[in-house]
Write a protein that binds this ligand. Structure first.
Ligand SMILES: CC(C)(COP(=O)(O)OP(=O)(O)OC[C@H]1O[C@@H](n2cnc3c(N)ncnc32)[C@H](O)[C@@H]1OP(=O)(O)O)[C@@H](O)C(=O)NCCC(=O)NCCS
Length: 189
């Protein structure tokens, strides 16, 4: 596999509609998911550790049925981004969901394949999700996160999230968009 070495944070190499990043010498493209990506998304989930899937789905991996894929790609329900090495659209290494929750509120969730974790992708993908929030008419982004998930909590805090008011196993984190650093909408959003 084309696994990058541990190294510095991703370098943004082009601000096009589908942003490109260089991570450990590999150029990654992030773009909206289509139904053609369903197999790549399923394969990526199969390469993820049970722990990563538990942190993302709060239990075992749900069945990634056609209905789930249609939900992920339904522009009336939200937006899903896939990230893959340039020229290898079938090799999805990360998935970012920004799904409508209620008027003005969208929920963000990230899944970075284990081999690609710890290289700064999570921070960058959160920025992309925030930049797309206005296209969902969202003023607030929320995320459900295990209280023990320090990586995701650090990403949310870095993006401007409020300190969660409740304690518990799972935290509902709120991120009012006015206080977050968004950039021009990438990914064709
Ligand atoms: C949470 C997740 C999206 C973060 O993505 P990532 O690409 O690994 O994150 P980054 O490399 O941007 O690092 C985020 C933070 O975690 C820290 N981190 C990353 N890997 C780490 C490791 N192995 N050990 C300790 N800290 C680590 C980074 O130092 C960074 O901290 P900082 O904000 O203080 O700089 C990814 O780990 C993942 O998909 N986890 C499983 C699913 C999940 O938890 N989803 C979130 C629920 S919605």
């Amino acid at each position: 596999m084309n696994r990058p070495p541990r190294g510095p944070r991703p370098i943004r190499i082009s601000p096009q509609a589908h942003p490109r990043l260089r991570v450990g010498g590999v150029d990654l493209v992030t773009r909206p998911m289509t139904l053609d990506d369903a197999q790549g998304v399923r394969d990526m989930h199969e390469r993820c550790s049970p722990e990563s899937l538990r942190l993302r789905y709060f239990g075992p991996l749900p069945r990634l049925s056609e209905a789930v894929m249609r939900l992920f790609t339904d522009p009336g329900r939200g937006i899903t981004l896939v990230t893959h090495p340039e020229g290898e659209p079938g090799r999805v290494v990360a998935m970012t969901n920004l799904m409508d929750l209620e008027p003005g509120v969208a929920e963000v969730a990230l899944l970075v394949e284990d081999d690609w974790q710890g290289r700064g992708l999570g921070h960058v993908l959160m920025r992309y999700a925030l930049a797309l929030a206005p296209s969902r008419r969202a003023r607030v982004i929320t995320a459900s996160v295990y209280a023990s998930n320090s990586r995701m909590l650090s990403i949310l805090k870095g993006a401007g999230a409020e300190q969660p008011s409740m304690t518990g196993l799972i935290l509902d984190v709120r991120l009012p968009l006015s206080s977050s650093a968004t950039e021009a909408a990438p990914c064709g959003g």
